[in-house]
Design a protein around this ligand. Structure first.
Ligand code: 13P
Ligand code: SF4
Length: 312
């Protein structure tokens, strides 16, 4: 009976995948998938990557429809960069809790308190914040962006840990927003130390959304795309990964001879895990949920994202 259930489940999964592939071809769609998505979603990706890699692909793509398997700010960025395309977020409610910590009202207060400061926003922000931003950044290029702006004061929105991390690379005054990602901020340095002592030859790689105590312990601090590169290029065959657990699936698949560890119990981003194969199928079939933004937001936010893409 158990065997029968598994077979039925697999058949359904395969049917969903072939229907997704068929609709994708018919509708000239492309599927962009973030590194934290469920394994079965990663497996149907045309492009799998970090926020910066996926933004660059969205900006250049000649597809008619972009299906974005990730969270809302990522799909919004794709729409802002390619406003003529249909951009679909398969789960309407998949937001980023860090992005939701920055409001336009609060940002306007910051701006009037520091009138000469430049606003640098992490892409993990909603579109109305990007529209009030001078230049965006991701975890992959935050240091370069901070070093590149000419202002001496920088309002950095919304992640306080990333703000503190980039402060290490500049004499400019970084004014951090008090936001954080519950997935990364909740990872504890004490737990990382214990794992390191169990596997002394393992390397520790962490995302810059982690707290400074974790960052201080790490052998590398990098975006999820940077982790893919590190795992490929490093001589270490044991790597401890300080980021959302979805990352492990990709790293293990691409590096079958290496062992990857999480820091304590794997931490999951609930919004990243919402999207299922059924959601992607429905998104393609019914062309939902479309990202729509007011024209003035699209135009203003595009400037801050375009400026970011000028950095290598
Ligand atoms: P990356 O840009 O490194 O993929 O990170 C996105 C994110 O949401 C981290 O929590
Ligand atoms: Fe947002 Fe954190 Fe989830 Fe990344 S892991 S999408 S920052 S809540």
């Amino acid at each position: 009976m158990k065997h029968l259930n598994i077979t039925t489940k697999d058949t359904k999964k395969n049917m969903n995948i072939s229907e997704i592939q068929k609709l994708k071809r018919e509708k000239k769609a492309v599927i962009l998938v973030h590194n934290y998505q469920r394994p079965e979603i990663q497996d149907i990706a045309d492009y799998l990557g970090d926020s910066l890699e996926l933004s660059r692909i969205a900006a250049k793509s000649d597809a008619k429809i972009i299906v974005f398997c990730g969270v809302r700010f990522m799909a919004e960025s794709a729409k802002i960069l390619s406003p003529e395309k249909i951009v679909l977020l398969p789960r309407e409610e998949a937001g980023c809790e860090l992005a939701n910590m920055a409001t336009k009202e609060e940002l306007m207060k910051f701006k009037s308190k520091y009138p000469n400061a430049c606003v640098v926003s992490y892409v993990n922000t909603n579109a109305d914040i990007k529209a009030e931003t001078d230049v965006c950044c991701t975890s992959a290029n935050a240091v370069k962006v901070i070093q590149g702006v000419s202002a001496k004061q920088i309002i950095f929105v919304p992640d306080r840990n990333l703000a503190n991390y980039v402060q290490r690379f500049t004499d400019k005054e970084i004014i951090p927003w008090n936001g954080f990602c519950y997935v990364h901020d909740g990872m504890k340095a004490d737990t990382a130390k214990k794992i390191k002592s169990s596997y002394p030859d393992a390397k520790l790689v962490v995302h810059p959304e982690c707290q400074k105590e974790m960052i201080n312990l790490a052998d590398a601090i990098t975006s999820t795309g940077g982790m893919v590169k590190f795992a490929r290029e490093s001589n270490a065959d044991k790597i401890i990964i300080g980021t959302e657990e979805g990352m492990i699936y990709r790293l293990q698949k691409e590096n079958p001879n290496k062992i990857f560890y999480t820091i304590g119990n794997a931490r999951m981003c609930r919004n990243m895990k919402m999207t299922t194969l059924e959601d992607v199928l429905l998104a393609l079939r019914e062309e939902k949920y479309r990202i729509e933004l007011p024209d003035f937001i699209l135009k203003a936010a595009k400037k801050s994202l375009d400026r970011m893409l000028e950095y290598n």
